[in-house]
Every structure is written in structure tokens, then in C-alpha cells.
Design a protein around this ligand. Structure first.
Ligand SMILES: Cc1ncc(COP(=O)(O)O)c(C=O)c1O
Length: 464
């Protein structure tokens, strides 16, 4: 029987089908019309006309090692032909090796023995961390930062600061107590980082002074709070780097009051900040680390956590404590193992810091051209930020930020004869920050191209 050859749907047909059949509940419809991409390579996404879009967000830092990274794709293909499927109640070598490498790394970095536990997505791994904390401490209440993002499952939103993510769904779990983040460009106390002596941490600590300050009962030596969940560098909150000295002081306060420190590395882990874990920039030993995203370069997802032995020993966290059909799936662990081997063989610390320094220098030059609207630029490694402000250089300008990002997606910028687009992600408390997470494969020429495209967008949108 002759088979009818399927014809490719047109762009317009796809958009119409999206309008009719796809849920709008995810994050696609922030842009109108939503953007369709059909190919990718290195630092670029391509639309159906094969126009290249330089991607400065790389799937929210999940594709750190570049789109279609050959080495990682080959690892996936080898696994597809060998052991692509396996129920998670059985072991396979790659899972064990990934766990061992991460645990051995943490032992070297922090001098702590621990174990690794897997799940599929970042939010699920956060939920597992909440379980471990509750199980160990017998307490439910958590601290998290204002501006934090830990995921959008029900428990993860309870420790994520944005009320918008919770408002329609009621309270499923105890909402975290949200603490001021050291957002120095907009200090909540109106102080300057050079002279504040970490006043915001002092204020946090004061809440433990007496039982009437509410966090701590000195007589019983007991806190109502079990753990502080924190991103090493705040991601969705606007790629905000805490000042040196902040985390050690916070950790000392937590230790003193028997409160665990859970380090969310889902976005910053695997060298986004120039270190394996972002927290290594700040001289702190976490009790739990949660990871995901770039561990598989955005190929078959794997997320998970490392916890120190006393929290996760099999006596305390027995078989069946969590389960997901696809946790530690062999395609994901095979890629994860290759990522970890690649990290050991290559010097990402030097590479990412050098690329980040060049990128930031270029951003500072761009800031001099647009001194009012580029209120703040900064970052750590290749986690970089541009804060878009009104003419006073401070008032957040979310409309302008959205407009610039939308124009970038039109794909009609020109460099010589060639057309380009620019992919930017918007974050920050006021939705006025470009959170830049370029590929680690980005070249100097591509960074120069990024500056050219940003400059064109700023001029087009009338940025001053
Ligand atoms: C810091 C952080 N934690 C948790 C999550 C949630 O991970 P996922 O989107 O894989 O559920 C994210 C995702 O962006 C994140 O950036």
C-alpha cells in the first residue's frame, strides 16, 4: 500500500495548533507570538529559515557544554545501543560511577563523606532534599531567600519566594520564612557593601537573640527551623552574587542553632560560576547539595542530591524513601558520567573564568555607552547580569527589558550580509535583569558578536 508522504507543517499551521491544543500553563506564552526553533549547534539556535540566534541563556544553564556537544551526544548514542532502558530498582554501572565521582569530589572539596541520591528534574530533587531534612530533624519549617527559585512543584514553590507561583494553588506545605538576600545594588537597608559590614546578616542573626525574637528557644537550645535553602548565586532572582564573607557568617549562625544548610546548585553547578559548585567560591561546607540541569547538558534529564552521611545513611533514609520511574535512567547517567569525565580532563575553572572576565569587560564597555539604562552589570564566571533601568539609572524598567528580549527573537539583526537573532532570558525581582548564561564553548568572536547584537538592540529600542 502506498504511504502518503507527510508534508511539513508551516510555521503558521504550527502556531495555530499550539493556540488550540497546547496548554498555556507553562512558560511559552510570555512572548507573542511564541518562538519556534528547529535546529541548534554550539552557541546557536536556528529557526525554520536557518537564521542563527546567538543563545545567551543556554536552556537556563542546562546546556553548559554547548548544543549538540559531540562527545556527549556520542555517549548518549553508545548507551542507546547498549542499555537504554532499565527499571530503577536495578543497578547499572554508570549510575554507581556518577554517584561515586560526585561523592568523592565532595569529600575532597569539603572533607565530608556522603552519598548521592537521584531523581529526574530539579524540583523533584529539591523535594527529596526537603524529605531528608524533615526526616533528619523532625521539623518542617525552612528558611529561604527573597528572590529564591527552587522549582515549581508544590513543595518546591513553598520555599520559592514568588507568591505568583503559589497564589492559585493554596498552601500544600509550610511556606518558608523568606529572608532578605544581600542584593547589594538595591540594599534593603540602603547601605553600601564596602562599608555595611554585612549588616543584613547581623539582622538575620538578631532573630535568634531571645525566644521573643521568634527563631530560637535558648533554654531548650532549639530552633523551630530545620534548614536554610539557598542558591550559591541567585539564578532566576537575577544572577546575584553575594558579597564575600556573607555565606561563612550565615553558615556560622546556622551551625550555632543546629540548622542545616542546603545548597541549591541546580542552576550554578558544574562550572557556571567557574567552580564545580558555585558555593566553592564562598568558603562554606554545605550539608546537602542539590544539582540537575547541566549534569546531562540538557540531554536525558537527571537531577539529584549529595548529602553528608549522617543525613542520608541507609539506616536513616531506607530503601523506598523516594521513587520515580525515570530516576537515574541509564541514558542520563551515561551522559552524566561523560560530563564528569570531561570536567576531570579539561580545566573549566581557568577557561570559564577567562571567558567570563572577557565577557564582563565587554559588558562594562557597553555600560559606558548606555550609562543610565544599564544600571548594573556584574556576575561570576559565566553567570552574568545586566540590570535594565530607567533614565535615573536605578528604577527598574521591566517593559524595556521585555521589549529588548522580544526584538532579539525577531531574528532580523544584521552583521554584514548575515541575519541574526539574540536569545536573552529575563529574571530578577522586577523582571528587569538579563541573566546571561552563555555556552562554555563560546568563542571570543562570539562574545564580540553578542556585544554587537546587544548594541543594535539597545539602539533599536532607544536605550540611553
Ligand atoms: C536554582 C534552581 N533550583 C531549582 C530549579 C528547578 O529545577 P527544574 O526546572 O529542573 O525542576 C531551578 C530551575 O530553573 C533552579 O534554577
Amino acid at each position: 500500500m502506498a504511504t502518503k508522504k507527510a508534508e511539513a507543517l508551516t510555521h503558521a499551521q504550527l502556531l495555530e495548533m499550539d493556540r488550540q491544543y497546547c496548554s498555556f500553563g507553562d512558560t511559552v506564552h510570555y512572548y507573542d507570538p511564541p518562538k519556534i526553533f528547529s535546529d541548534c549547534e554550539g552557541s546557536f539556535l536556528y529557526d525554520e529559515d536557518h537564521t542563527p540566534y546567538l543563545d545567551l541563556q543556554m536552556w537556563y544553564s542546562a546546556a553548559n557544554f554547548g548544543y549538540k556537544n559531540r562527545r556527549l551526544n556520542e555517549a548518549l548514542k553508545r548507551q542507546i545501543d547498549r542499555l537504554p532502558q532499565l527499571a530503577c530498582q536495578y543497578l547499572h554501572a554508570e549510575k554507581i560511577e556518577v554517584a561515586a565521582r560526585i561523592a568523592q569530589y565532595c569529600e575532597k572539596a569539603f572533607g565530608l563523606k556522603g552519598r548521592v541520591h537521584f531523581n529526574v528534574g530539579g524540583s523533584q530533587a529539591i523535594e527529596d532534599a526537603i524529605k531528608i531534612v524533615r526526616n533528619y530533624s523532625g521539623r518542617n519549617l525552612m528558611f529561604a531567600f527573597q528572590g529564591s527559585y527552587h522549582g515549581r512543584t508544590l513543595a518546591a514553590t513553598s520555599i520559592t519566594s514568588s507568591y505568583r507561583y503559589r497564589r492559585r494553588y493554596g498552601h500544600f506545605s509550610d511556606r518558608a520564612h523568606f529572608v532578605f538576600y544581600p542584593y547589594c545594588f538595591r540594599c534593603c537597608y540602603g547601605l553600601k557593601p564596602e562599608t555595611c559590614n554585612l549588616y543584613c546578616e547581623d539582622q538575620f542573626e538578631r532573630n535568634f537573640d531571645t525566644e521573643y525574637n521568634s527563631f530560637w528557644d535558648p533554654k531548650e537550645q532549639e530552633s523551630e527551623f530545620a534548614a536554610f535553602f539557598a542558591e550559591s548565586v541567585q539564578g532566576t532572582g537575577g544572577y546575584m552574587v553575594p558579597p564575600q564573607g556573607y555565606f561563612p557568617r550565615l553558615k556560622a549562625t546556622l551551625d550555632k542553632h543546629k540548622i542545616l544548610f542546603v545548597d541549591d546548585e541546580i542552576q550554578m553547578g558544574f562550572f557556571r560560576t567557574g567552580k564545580f559548585w558555585g558555593i566553592e567560591n564562598f568558603d562554606v561546607r554545605p550539608d546537602i547539595i542539590v544539582f540537575g540541569k547541566a549534569l546531562t547538558n540538557g540531554l536525558n534529564p537527571i537531577a539529584g542530591l549529595w548529602a553528608k552521611e549522617e543525613l542520608i545513611s541507609p539506616d536513616l533514609f531506607p530503601p523506598g524513601s523516594t521513587h520515580s520511574t525515570f530516576s537515574a535512567n541509564p541514558l542520563g547517567t551515561a551522559v552524566a558520567l561523560e560530563v564528569l569525565k570531561m570536567i576531570e580532563e579539561e580545566d573549566y575553572e581557568t577557561q570559564v573564568n577567562a571567558q567570563g572576565t572577557y565577557f564582563l569587560t565587554c559588558l562594562r564597555q557597553l555600560q559606558q555607552r548606555y550609562p543610565h539604562c544599564l544600571g548594573d552589570v556584574g556576575g561570576l564566571g559565566l553567570a552574568l547580569r545586566i540590570e535594565i533601568c530607567k533614565e535615573d539609572g536605578r528604577t527598574p524598567d521591566p517593559q524595556m527589558t521585555h521589549r529588548i528580549a522580544s526584538e532579539g527573537l525577531k531574528g532580523d539583526l544584521r552583521v554584514g550580509e548575515k541575519k541574526y537573532g539574540l536569545v536573552l532570558d529575563v529574571g530578577g525581582y522586577y523582571k528587569n535583569v538579563f541573566t546571561l548564561a552563555p555556552s562554555f564553548t563560546i568563542t571570543k568572536q562570539e562574545i564580540d558578536l553578542a556585544m554587537d547584537l546587544l548594541d543594535q538592540l539597545f539602539r533599536r529600542c532607544g536605550v540611553s
